[in-house]
Write a protein that binds this ligand. Structure first.
Ligand code: NOJ
Length: 673
């Protein structure tokens, strides 16, 4: 790890003071990205504070306001001047505990501005802008000072007035509590709702922009609404009482991020959000282990088993042992078991208060199962579904993690299904929810437990600081293919989510279904070919990946070899080809071997793409193990038609990838010399 702070420049009060022809006074300062291609300007116009962004001489963000609206004080951001300016250059590289890329370059130019009210309360605040080669982040700090003590934020004045938007991929905020809706693709005037972030935009100059946030700590999540097609305003998730954030002087906001790419893939391989989070706070990370798991899960969603006890209870000792046997025989690290604990008898989504996180149903012998698992090197993955009753969970959390730790359980899937919000009133993405989720991550870390969080707030890169926060849902995942009344996830869905929800962090989507029949709702099913199911393990990133189908559907299948082999921790990731909503081809190099993996998927249209293998190491020859759609594959009529073939390849060659409608291709490249 190398760290060097280059060139610290203090530019106190070296602010250009200019006069516009219409006599508006402007304080203005600009800063460039290290490669000089992005220019951010902060200025005051008639006492109001604005920023704007230019990339390669074209506007990316038109003048956009900065500041706050408060309940208990006058707004902040009017009648202000730029008081002091510091500029700092940073160029360092740090290593991820796990991830899509091992070494992360953190190179940026930073502007630190102190902004002061010219009269009245004479309050001041700091603005931090970090400008990278692929975008920027900025945050506010309201320091301790006279005239400011407790702060009640009713919203930010922050705007994101992105220039020349051609179209957006968006999903509504609030309507869908768990970020589990399909993303829509439209022009801006068709966006009728407040939308969540990441908000992904294609500009008319063919650039791609994503707006999101990083390091969401003790604050409310960012949402955006279009006041008109040129004005994009902040809408923080409120408390049930309407306020957005309760804070004290000394507070900092999350970073607001604007990632800029020349191709959609550039958004995926940007690491701005990780760079804007704090370094790892967990000293000993030896217990944090990415891996693959199976589970008593899909059978429940398919209606074959139940969470609640009875003749169809899934979480029995016998059933769990059978899963452990299969997992051990096939090299999986974990088995998730849902419905093991008291509390599932009633509608658990409304009776979360009666869930116990320590008492098992009589047909589930926790001690015996964990002993059996340990003897076969397979961990039980614990399950804490809270039904959104966070108080009930917090009351038991310490004891529950302690119990799991004493049984050798090192990963827990948490859940917050409740259509009436957390504890019947607060949004998951509110400051209330954010505080709760943080408490879970920190408590889990104390007991050496990794977290897979379902129904989360949108991720913001916190896994850098807490690498036990492995993966999260917050996506319309595989479960919809078991029971969704609309037939399941449409073929294009997985060609969109890597560029929307996926930009926020790892996704526990849980693919790997080989059986395309007999779901809980007739007509609903996995709408892909089998080769696409395999390719998704490369395309969609998670350090914990599930093979979601039942063991009997994997037995004797050549396709299963790919799931067994595919890694979950990578040295490097490259998005080779992509059109959002149409197709994506991603290559990743294993962090623990010299193998490369390629995943290509397409939407409802069959497609041929030529993939240049120049991502492979030039000095090696590889055996390519190719898992492809068969000649007659078709997601609707023939999803299981699949072919396996091997080829010897080098980086100077290319591969013609033929994909059926909603098909795909997965390739493992094993060096042979
Ligand atoms: C919703 C989660 O997404 C799903 O994976 C889980 O099985 C249920 N909640 C029950 O916890």
């Amino acid at each position: 790890m190398k760290k060097s702070l280059e060139n610290i420049r203090f530019l106190f009060l070296l602010v250009a003071i200019g006069l516009f022809s219409c006599n508006k006074q402007t304080d203005q300062i600009s800063i460039e990205s290290p490669n000089k291609k992005i220019v951010v300007t902060v200025e005051t116009i008639e006492g109001q504070l604005f920023y704007s962004v230019i990339n390669e001489e074209e506007p990316i963000v038109n003048k956009s306001r900065l500041g706050f609206l408060f309940k208990n004080m006058p707004d902040l951001g009017n009648n202000v001047k730029i008081n002091t300016v510091n500029q700092i250059s940073t160029n360092e590289t740090w290593e991820q505990v796990w991830g899509e890329k091992r070494l992360i370059e953190n190179r940026f130019e930073e502007l630190v501005l102190n902004i002061k009210e010219k009269n009245g309360l004479k309050r001041n605040f700091n603005l931090y802008f970090k400008v990278f080669n692929d975008g920027l982040g900025f945050r506010y700090e309201i320091p301790v000072q006279q005239n400011v003590d407790s702060i009640i934020i009713t919203d930010e004045l922050t705007q994101f007035n992105i220039a020349n938007i051609y179209r957006a991929w968006w999903a509504s905020a609030y309507k869908d509590k768990f970020y589990e809706s399909l993303y829509k693709n439209s022009i801006i005037s068709d966006i009728t709702d407040t939308v969540i972030t990441p908000l992904t935009l294609e500009l008319s100059n063919n650039k791609f922009v994503a707006i999101h946030e990083a390091n969401l700590t003790d604050y409310a999540a960012l949402n955006i609404y279009f006041a008109d097609s040129a004005k994009m305003e902040t809408d923080l998730t409120p408390w049930s009482t309407g306020e957005k954030v309760f804070a004290k002087a000394g507070m900092v906001s999350p970073w607001r991020t604007i990632t800029i790419g020349n191709s959609p893939g550039d958004l995926i391989t940007s690491y701005i959000a990780l760079n804007l989070n704090e370094p790892n706070k967990i000293d000993d990370t030896s217990w944090i282990k990415p891996g693959k798991y199976m589970g008593i899960w899909w059978s429940i969603h398919m209606g074959k088993h139940t969470w609640k006890p009875g003749s169809k209870h899934g979480a029995t000792t016998e059933n769990t042992k059978a899963y452990i046997d299969f997992a051990a025989d096939n090299g999986f690290e974990g088995v998730l078991v849902e419905g093991w604990n008291n509390g599932w008898d009633f509608d658990w989504t409304t009776h979360g208060d009666s869930i116990s996180f320590t008492e098992a149903y009589p047909d589930f012998d926790l001690e015996e199962i964990t002993r059996y698992g340990a003897s076969k090197n397979v961990n039980l993955i614990g399950h804490h579904e809270t039904g959104g009753a966070t108080k009930n969970y917090e009351n038991q959390m310490e004891k529950a993690f302690k119990l799991y730790q004493s049984m050798g359980v090192s990963a827990v899937k948490t859940g917050y299904v409740n259509l009436n919000n957390l504890d019947g009133k607060e949004f998951h993405s509110s400051q209330y929810g954010i505080r709760h989720y943080r408490k879970v991550i920190e408590t889990a870390a104390k007991y050496h437990i990794m977290i897979d969080n379902h129904e989360p707030a949108m991720p913001t890169g916190l896994q850098r600081t807490y690498p036990n926060l492995m993966t999260q849902e917050g996506v319309r995942g595989q479960e919809f293919n078991a029971w969704s009344q609309d037939g399941g996830n449409p073929p294009e869905h997985t060609t969109i989510v890597p560029f929307t929800r996926g930009l926020a962090g790892p996704m526990d989507y849980t693919f790997g279904t080989f059986n395309f029949e007999n779901t809980a709702v007739p007509g609903t099913r996995v709408r892909t070919t089998i080769a696409k199911q395999l390719a998704l393990y490369v395309v969609i990133y998670s350090p914990l990946q599930m093979a979601s189908d039942l063991p009997k559907n994997y037995k004797g299948k050549k396709e299963f070899d790919f799931i067994k082999a595919v890694p979950v921790d990578w040295t490097i990731t490259k998005v080779l080809e992509a059109r959002i909503g149409d197709y994506i081809a991603t290559a990743r190099k294993d962090r623990h071997s010299e193998e490369w993996y390629l995943g290509c998927i397409t939407d409802e249209y069959s497609r041929e793409i030529t993939i240049d293998l120049n991502f492979l190491d030039t000095d090696k020859t590889y055996k390519a193990e190719i898992y492809k759609d068969g000649a007659n594959a078709d997601w609707e009529t023939n999803p299981n038609d699949f072919e396996y073939m091997e080829m010897i390849v080098k980086s100077s060659e290319s591969l013609l990838i033929k994909m059926a409608n909603s098909g795909g291709q997965a390739v493992r490249f094993v060096p042979i010399d």
